[in-house]
Design a protein around this ligand. Sequence first.
Ligand code: GLN
Length: 424
Amino acid sequence: MTQPPPRFAPAQRVSKFEQDVWSIFTPLAAETKAINLGQGFMNFGPPAVVQEAAKQALDTVEANQYSHPRGRPRLRQALAASYSPEFGRQLDPESEILVTAGANEAMFATFAGFLDEGSEVICMEPFFDQYLPNITMNGGKPVFVPLRAPEHAADQTISSEEWRLDIDELKSKITPRTKMIVLNTPHNPIGKVFSEDELRAIGKVAEEHDLIILTDEVYDRLYYPPLTKFPRIATLDGFWERTITVGSGGKSFASTGWRVGWLIGPAHLIQYSFAAQTRVVFCVNSPCQEAIAAGLEASLTQPLFQDQTKAYLTKRAKLAKVFDDLALPYTMPQGAYYILVNTAKIQYPKDYVFPDILHQRGDDFKMCYWLTKEIGVCCIPPSEFYTKDHWPLAKNYARFAFCKTDDVLDQAAERLLALKKYIV
Ligand code: GLN
């Protein structure tokens, strides 16, 4: 970045921010006409019922004006109707649900609402990259505990459930300053869906140290057989009273650009996320809230989510097959829409020239850059989801998203087969 004159110097809280992975790889995919399996957005629109409702909302006067800062009543009602059975309790749309400007702002507002200078927040590594600045911008200090793949993941395809958290290691990270544990299930980028037993163990640690649990469940409607139920920590062993759950209209209804998300939790927690959010966005964009409400209402009587899961299963199978054909090991995700592939066997030409910005990044940035530019399929280097000290852990991985139409996945598969001659 160019240096501003001292009087225009940025605040400490943003001064160390690097260019993020999305702003490197999304334009690169566009420039090089690569098929973009990088950033996780869909190349298809929301279900017709949702899209129609958005258009209709624009035609009404009220849905173009400010919404209630907690969220439009229709959406909060629809969320209560959809999520009460999921949570096994009657959710109160007045105090236990908050509509947010996407899941990211939901988490930002929660950190703003609970962290003081120096409060520690435990995150599992790899972590979705936004958590870090969201925590530090609000005075918090992220503390990391790893999810580890078994050793045989280097040469065999595994299930995402085999990535494990060591509970004793989690306990060892807790200090008197620890305020919160951030969970992510289904996990980005691994695809792991934490089992009830794992969630119970994590919840018990939170209980022993009186910590808040912030659980990012934005992919909660995308989990795959043999799982028949999505385990939620908020429903287990009385953890409800310390848990805030994050949800996303963008992921559930293929509308990532609408920025409609939500928080669900007990009133005594939600009130502080709400207090902070009112000062960040005041209220969330109105027409899209109406449309997400329509989608949730429809899902009560139509198999919207079941059909979507079926479609995603086909997509997962298409992308997985190409890595099977190439004999590249990967992690088969139990949920979400990413496949983490082990790239150790791919050898790009030794004399390949990379742009300077990549030299300050993890080695996986080079692999993903080469794949994008020369093979024509964009993917994401997962070291972005690790702290710098741990970048080497990600050096042999690339993340491919399958939230794309089948024809695009077929084309990507065809291009990826060109990797054969680079595999040793
Ligand atoms: N959640 C999406 C991903 O992981 C997009 C993230 C973003 O653009 N900030 O790809």
